[in-house]
Design a protein. Structure first.
Length: 262
């Protein structure tokens, strides 16, 4: 009987353990979310693309602005040559209204009405972090009029920095505007975010589970109900309490009186 009580007292209720594990899981998983990349970067580049830091677009996309760095994604590599590139160029400070349109017009002047290059209109592209970017498409054809490559340029401004993104590909499967837009749209400011509401709820659940566990453990503390000798009144017999408070009380015969011993 004693061993059974000790076993019940030492074992934590399975339901409480399950509740506690679930609460801790809730606390760990939704409490925060981390981006694929911290900082300004493509958050979802195509599979197999490689990044070369501090290499970017040669020259400046935005007229009158000097870049302060950048990076280059290389993809669809064939015979050691990339067939798709995404150049990122960083500019300190924001950009003025109309800078994106001026950048497109500057590109149009470079092409000088070339029959091999066709510029699309300026349009708005929503990025992963919610920022709007101004974008335009450039189709490139060879002298026979065959579609050779496609380039999409996007310009986006933040509070203290601006970026120009130039995606160029000659892979037929990629040469559609929606596909290239989806790659550029993954650009954004990656920041680890803590969801305090979820943390508070999960912490409350975990705390409640700990309280329930502590109370149940307290009610099941082992009690030693071993046989005890119960002294009787003077001149009377004692007894033995067997097997706990509800056990049978067995009286003992009275011992010899002092007169019997003389």
């Amino acid at each position: 009987m004693d061993k059974k009580r000790h076993g019940l007292a030492g074992a934590q209720p399975r339901s409480v353990r399950t509740m506690l594990c679930a609460a801790l899981t809730v606390l760990a998983l939704p409490g925060c979310s981390a981006p694929a990349v911290e900082g300004y970067q493509l958050q979802a580049p195509p599979e197999g693309f490689l990044y070369a830091a501090e290499q970017g677009f040669s020259g400046s996309v935005i007229p009158g602005r000097s870049p302060s760095g950048g990076g280059l994604w290389l993809g669809d590599i064939e015979s050691d040559e990339p067939r798709t590139t995404v150049a990122l160029t960083r500019y300190p400070g924001g950009i003025a209204e109309g800078d994106a349109a001026a950048a497109r017009e500057a590109r149009a002047r470079v092409l000088k009405g070339s029959p091999y290059n066709r510029l699309g209109p300026l349009r708005t592209l929503a990025l992963a972090d919610g920022r709007p970017a101004s974008a335009w498409t450039e189709e490139r054809h060879d002298e026979y009029g065959r579609f050779r490559s496609l380039q999409v340029t996007a310009v986006v401004a933040y509070d203290t920095v601006a970026f120009a993104l130039v995606l160029d590909t000659s892979v037929p499967e990629r040469m559609t505007e929606p596909h290239l837009d989806s790659i550029l749209a993954s650009f954004g400011l990656g920041v680890t975010r803590v969801h305090w509401a979820a943390v508070a709820v999960a912490a409350g659940v975990a705390g409640l589970a700990l309280v329930v566990l502590a109370r149940r453990a307290g009610r099941r503390q082992p009690t030693d109900f071993r046989s005890a000798r119960i002294p009787g009144a003077k001149g009377a017999g004692g007894g033995t309490l067997v097997d706990g408070p509800r056990g049978a009380y067995k009286p003992q015969p009275p011992g010899p009186s002092p007169g019997d011993l003389s």
